[in-house]
Write a protein that binds this ligand. Structure first.
Ligand code: NAD
Ligand code: ZN
Length: 241
């Protein structure tokens, strides 16, 4: 495995998806289990679903918020936080909404899909963090309108600032690590293509084949923690050696 472009890189970006948090015990949409298995995510994580049945959507979110509150950062999250302290410029761009990168110690995190443990008033826009999930569906204490989870749902645009930042980081990166994302959900899936077209060295870590696999300079068919450990060890050996 020749990772020398990653060793000499100055600007590094990690793009993460649900796979890295799976190792913290948070199911991806595709392998969501138990109770909610009979629903497709599009039937729950969408503005239409919320309009039709806010109670049910909030029950699903309350369940996921509890999972996130009880979870701990995985080895992969921790390695990325260590890498941030090593490189002159290191950013995580994440599609995850669980806040686990920050809890692992990462500071430069661009959240493309919002934050699950945060609610937003559909009336006045007031933000509540953590999300109040005692009474479901929760209402705003200022204007009494319904609160909604402060995440990006299917069919909704990404927060413009976060997207702009992600595009800038991807186009300037010397290297990009693509970890635990199926690279099917646009526009996020465009970022590795953009980085590669601007000359970035592309490393993918994913146990399954994805549309990025054929584009990547190196693909590790491992879980996030194992793959990141491997790469990080090599980088450190070169620096220390
Ligand atoms: P996704 O599209 O990012 O796909 C998950 C990917 O993880 C797959 O490619 C799979 O092969 C890979 N994977 C599985 N196990 C892995 C492991 N141990 N290590 C590394 N990779 C592994 O995720 P999705 O579930 O389809 O969700 C799409 C969107 O839904 C997310 O981008 C997010 O907005 C939201 N979501 C967020 C969370 C979270 O915040 N933890 C969880 C579920 C869904
Ligand atoms: Zn309000």
């Amino acid at each position: 495995m020749n990772i020398s472009p990653l060793i000499s890189a100055r600007r590094v970006v990690a793009l993460t998806g649900a796979g890295i948090s799976k190792e913290s015990g948070i199911p991806t949409f595709r392998d969501s289990d138990g109770l909610w298995k009979k629903y497709r995510p599009e039937e729950l994580a969408s503005p239409e679903a919320f309009r039709k049945n806010p109670q049910m959507v909030w029950e699903w979110y309350a369940w996921r918020i509890q999972l996130v509150r009880n979870a701990h950062p995985s080895r992969g999250h921790i390695v990325l936080a260590e890498m941030e302290r090593h490189y002159p410029e290191f950013h995580v761009i994440t599609q995850n909404v669980d806040g686990l990168h920050q809890r692992a110690g990462s500071r430069n995190v661009v959240e493309l899909h919002g934050r699950i443990d945060r609610a937003r008033c559909t009336g006045c826009g007031r933000v509540y963090e953590p999300a109040p999930i005692e009474d479901i569906p929760p209402v705003c204490s200022e204007c009494n309108a319904l609160l909604r989870p402060d995440v990006v749902w299917f069919g909704e645009p990404l927060p413009p600032d976060a997207w702009e930042m992600a595009v800038e980081l991807a186009s300037q990166a010397d290297a990009m690590l693509v970890i635990g994302t199926s690279a099917l959900v646009y526009p996020a899936a465009h970022l590795p293509v953009l980085a590669k077209s601007r000359g970035a060295f592309l490393v993918e870590i994913n146990p399954s084949y994805t549309p990025i696999s054929s584009l990547a300079d190196i693909t590790l068919r491992t879980g996030a923690g194992e793959g990141l450990d491997l790469i990080w060890k090599e980088v450190k050996e070169h620096v220390e050696g």
